[in-house]
Design a protein around this ligand. Structure first.
Ligand SMILES: *Cc1c(COP(=O)(O)O)cnc(C)c1O
Length: 342
């Protein structure tokens, strides 16, 4: 039976939420349940000591290499978790999502894995490599609007009109539980972790670390946003869900100007601090990571590395984890960054 056409319901944040968007935050137990799913479809990712960051900070710094996952970013953990549990009603109609790339790749990957059609709405001038990757996995990619939020509104309208299952980038308990499995893998190897620095766009990744490293190991979970896209930073510190001003960070993985209710709920309970870094610091960190570790990371990951470097002597003697959330940086951007880096 095809799903009934549905109308957007009242949203707790500034994003449209459909009736099937359960906003109950996942628990740590839900992350363990998601791990059974994730294990079936994805490899565990390596946890590798960074000699560069460890020496800089006089600490034990480990990189959780989420960039080694298929799609090159952590989000696919959430995609397969949601895909495996998808209502039969939506298997034929298909999934739709808005994304600057990595969420879209995650949904495209899940669609291919579970035989469900996928449409992704991206803002104009998207990262071309991310678009090619989504198309290679069989997704239909539509460019719409000048920024992520315009692309998101387009996807929401399409979902309401066509009956697609709209996959929100963060107001989805299965996505949060799925990405949280990275934290469980860290704990298997490093139960004495003191602190994790996680980039925050919508906050699903950070919420996952809150439910695992925070809840189980009592590690300090530090979120990092771009100063030029700081809506979640403001919402978390000021206690609201108001959209921020237009985001214009060049780190597209964390370029949203609307806080999302579900990850915010988890972060309000468990996140220790939320900081911002400038785009200058972000790309300096991307260049340093390439130069010192020969590792290609996205601007979003650069934000977490920049915050780690800035913490400096405060981290001396600690066991610190930084997830390499993604490697899908546009080639032109990487070349420019390396040429211009101090
Ligand atoms: C999406 C993304 C982030 C931010 O994750 P959220 O769960 O939206 O906070 C960070 N890094 C990369 C590479 C991403 O794709």
């Amino acid at each position: 039976m095809p799903p009934a056409t549905y109308e957007p319901v009242e949203s707790p944040d500034a994003t449209t939420v459909f009736p099937y968007h359960d906003l109950t935050p996942p628990t740590t137990a839900d992350v363990y349940k998601a791990r059974r799913v994730v294990r079936r479809y994805l490899p565990e990712t390596p946890l590798v000591r960074s000699e560069f960051l460890s020496a800089e900070l006089d600490a034990e710094v480990y990189l959780k290499r989420e960039d080694t996952l298929p799609t090159g970013a952590f989000k696919v953990r959430g995609g397969v978790t949601l895909g495996a549990r998808l209502d039969d009603d939506f298997r034929e109609r298909g999934l739709i999502a808005a994304s600057t790339g990595n969420h879209g790749q995650s949904v495209a990957y899940a669609g291919r894995e579970f035989g469900v059609p996928v449409t992704i709405s991206v803002p104009e001038n998207p990262n071309p490599g991310k678009v090619r990757s989504m198309e290679r996995m069989g997704a239909t990619v539509e460019e719409h609007g000048p920024n992520y939020d315009a692309a998101r509104e387009h996807a929401e309208r399409q979902a309401a009109e066509e009956g697609y299952r709209y996959v929100h980038s963060a107001n989805e308990p299965d996505l949060l539980a799925g990405v949280g499995t990275a934290g469980l893998e860290v704990l298997d190897e490093l139960p004495d972790v003191d602190r994790v620095f996680c980039p925050v766009g919508g906050g699903s990744g950070a919420a996952g670390y809150c439910l695992t490293l925070g809840a189980i190991a009592d590690a300090r979970v530090i979120g990092v946003q771009a100063e030029d896209a700081d809506a979640v930073y403001r919402g978390w510190h000021e206690g609201h869900l108001e959209p921020g001003t237009e985001s214009d960070t060049t780190a597209e993985g964390i370029a949203s100007h609307v806080p999302f209710a579900l990850p915010m709920k988890v972060m309000r309970e468990r996140l220790d601090d939320l900081e911002t870094v400038t785009d200058g610091e972000i790309w300096t960190a991307v260049a340093a990571t390439f130069r010192e570790e020969n590792l290609t990371v996205e601007g979003a990951t650069g934000a977490a590395i920049a915050a780690t470097l800035r913490a400096g002597t405060e981290l001396a003697g600690e066991v610190v984890v930084v997830p390499v959330t993604g490697r899908n940086v546009a080639a032109t951007k990487l070349v420019r960054t390396l040429e211009e880096a101090p």
